[in-house]
Design a protein around this ligand. Structure first.
Ligand SMILES: Cc1cc2nc3c(=O)[nH]c(=O)nc-3n(C[C@H](O)[C@H](O)[C@H](O)COP(=O)(O)O)c2cc1C
Length: 341
């Protein structure tokens, strides 16, 4: 059965990509994912935030061990903060580069590097070029400028997406994807505008760590880390709506928990489908079952290749495009006489 495809111009044996997470944080794990049939992997992101935490920790230790003047005697130019910052960044980057190099020596599936882009980061360009040199097949920029930030305007935040996309795509020659959230004022046009930059792919969507409240301890606590199958709806709708309206590839992410969800996303128009939570819950060997379900369905429908059905159910190709619009909810209940709402 031929499930081969391309994503951002990169050939894949099949469209299932293991998304950026702890599942892709070591060569051993990635070798196992390849054995179970992953079409590609996105490495765990290199986090600016993580670097900052590590930095705070490091500063505490350093303060205890050294008197600052001795330790700061580096080159007379750098200020102390920059110096420590530089050391920590070097260490993280070295480990990440080693991971890419080791992966490239051990697996034959595409390995995409991932950078988490936060508002205050200024390091993307140099990170990106290092990662390309290490052999990454592509780069995924996980971009999120929090809508809870009241200091910067919507325009400022939106402009940053374009600036970063522009700068990174000029700095590297490997394909660049943006992994975005659905939190935009004008989501459809924003996705379309982003697709018209030099990026080659958009990942719809990232899922975020959400808070919950413990009503007994009266504390804020983290809510569920993993998605559930019902989380599929948002990305499925937007893949379907945008499939024919963008000029780059689309990868579906969030809520893809089984082979059926993979098929739905491909029918909606996804070029590739990312999975994470399902593999945490079911074990990475579940990838085999997802692939087998996809193969069986393709055979049952008598399709010969992915392109025979990819996008067949996108909004523009669907016989009922309005089903992807908001009115769908009203229509659903509107037709049921006895529903009390
Ligand atoms: C434990 C865990 C770690 C994750 N780490 C990252 C990460 O480092 N970078 C990133 O872009 N996304 C990360 N994600 C988000 C996933 O890549 C994915 O976008 C999200 O979980 C939605 O997909 P899912 O429904 O298949 O889990 C992580 C998710 C989980 C559950």
């Amino acid at each position: 059965m031929d499930l081969s495809t391309t994503y951002m111009g990169i050939p894949l044996n099949n469209p299932i990509i293991v998304g950026s997470s702890g599942l892709t944080s070591s060569v051993e794990k990635i070798k196992t994912l390849e054995e179970y049939g992953a079409g590609a992997v996105v490495l765990k992101s290199i986090f600016e935030e993580e670097i900052r935490y590590e930095y705070a920790d490091f500063m505490q230790k350093v303060k205890k061990q050294f008197s600052p003047p001795q330790y700061f005697d580096y080159d007379g130019q750098r200020n102390p903060i920059e110096y420590y910052d530089y050391l920590i960044r070097e260490e993280n980057l070295k480990k990440y580069i080693q991971l890419i190099e080791d992966c490239k020596n051990s697996v034959s599936i595409p390995v995409m590097a991932s950078i988490n882009c936060f508002f205050h980061s200024v390091e993307w360009l140099s990170f990106a070029t290092h990662l390309e040199r290490a052999g990454a097949d592509a780069l995924e920029l996980n971009m999120f400028f929090p809508p809870t930030d009241f200091k910067h305007s919507r325009e400022t935040k939106e402009t940053l997406y374009f600036q970063i996309a522009d700068e990174v795509t000029r700095a590297v020659s490997i394909p660049v994807a943006l992994k975005i959230s659905p939190y935009f004022t004008d989501l459809g046009p924003m996705i379309q505008r982003l697709s018209k930059t030099e990026i080659k792919g958009l990942v719809l969507f990232n899922r975020f760590y959400s808070p919950d409240i413990d009503i007994n301890a009266l504390e804020v606590k983290p809510s569920f880390v993993f998605s559930t199958p019902s989380d599929l709806a948002i990305s499925l709708r937007w893949i379907a709506v945008m499939a024919e309206k963008v000029t780059c590839d689309l990868a579906a992410s969030t809520g893809v928990h089984d082979g059926e969800a993979v098929i739905k996303q491909l029918l909606a128009g996804a070029d590739a489908v990312q999975v994470v939570s399902s593999l945490y819950k079911n074990g990475v060997e579940y990838l085999k079952e997802m692939l087998s379900d996809l193969e069986k369905w393709v055979a049952r429908k008598k399709y010969r290749q992915l392109s025979d059905f990819k996008g067949k159910m996108s909004q523009d190709k669907s016989t009922d495009p309005a089903m992807y619009e908001r009115a769908q909810f009203m229509r659903y209940f509107g037709g049921k006489k006895n529903v009390i709402l």
